[in-house]
Design a protein around this ligand. Structure first.
Ligand code: HEC
Length: 169
């Protein structure tokens, strides 16, 4: 009898401990989430472009062929990571966002020249300067896109449709 009382109180103690621990875990994960939202944006690097680099004008600004040439270069060198229409891919963020579209052409040129190597964005200083400016012209011609790349496939196959499909089999 005594021993069953002892094991009962032990259970109560253990329950209490695990309750406290799980509450602590929740607190910790809540704190982690806050830190995530406070974390730096992937586009922060653009704002680090030095004033001198930002002030550079795109020498091909008025060149009507720059956008078309830039598109071809983009498909060759950038689409692999940033997606075919720069809307973002598995390895690189969308460039159809205000942070990029509103950045000075000079800041984009600076990013291409220096990369963000520690974060997976390669250096493109081996591309001749006019080609880098063509790419800048192309990116700026795209404008901000309403949705990110990952959302359309998710939307086109909602879970309900999949349910219906499996029920009919
Ligand atoms: C190997 C994959 C990869 C390729 C190829 C690549 N990028 Fe990126 N790019 C990235 C990643 C990853 C980031 C995010 C870097 C960061 O966190 O700052 C990025 C960021 C950027 C940014 C935003 C700058 C910023 O603040 O991070 C621009 C603009 C950009 N890339 C343009 C280009 C262009 C133009 C090309 C082609 C010449 C290109 N990228 C090729 C992976 C790539």
């Amino acid at each position: 009898m005594k021993s069953s009382m002892a094991s009962l109180s032990l259970t109560v103690v253990l329950l209490g401990v695990s309750f406290v621990l799980s509450a602590k875990g929740q607190q910790n994960s809540a704190r982690a989430a806050v830190q995530d939202t406070k974390g730096q944006s992937v586009y922060d690097e653009l704002s680090r472009a030095p004033q001198k680099a930002r002030a550079k004008r795109n020498p091909l600004e008025k060149d009507s062929e720059a956008v078309a040439a830039g598109r071809i270069l983009f498909e060759q060198h950038c689409a692999e990571c940033h997606g075919g229409a720069a809307q973002g891919g598995k390895k690189g963020p969308s460039l159809r966002v205000a942070d990029v579209q509103d950045a000075e052409p000079g800041a984009l040129f600076w990013i291409l020249t220096n990369g963000v190597v520690r974060k997976g964005m390669p250096v493109w200083s081996k591309l001749p300067e006019p080609q880098r400016w063509q790419i800048v012209s192309y990116i700026r011609s795209l404008g901000v896109a309403p949705t990110q790349a990952d959302s359309p496939p998710a939307k086109s196959q909602p879970p309900e449709t999949m349910d219906l499909f499996s029920r009919h089999r």
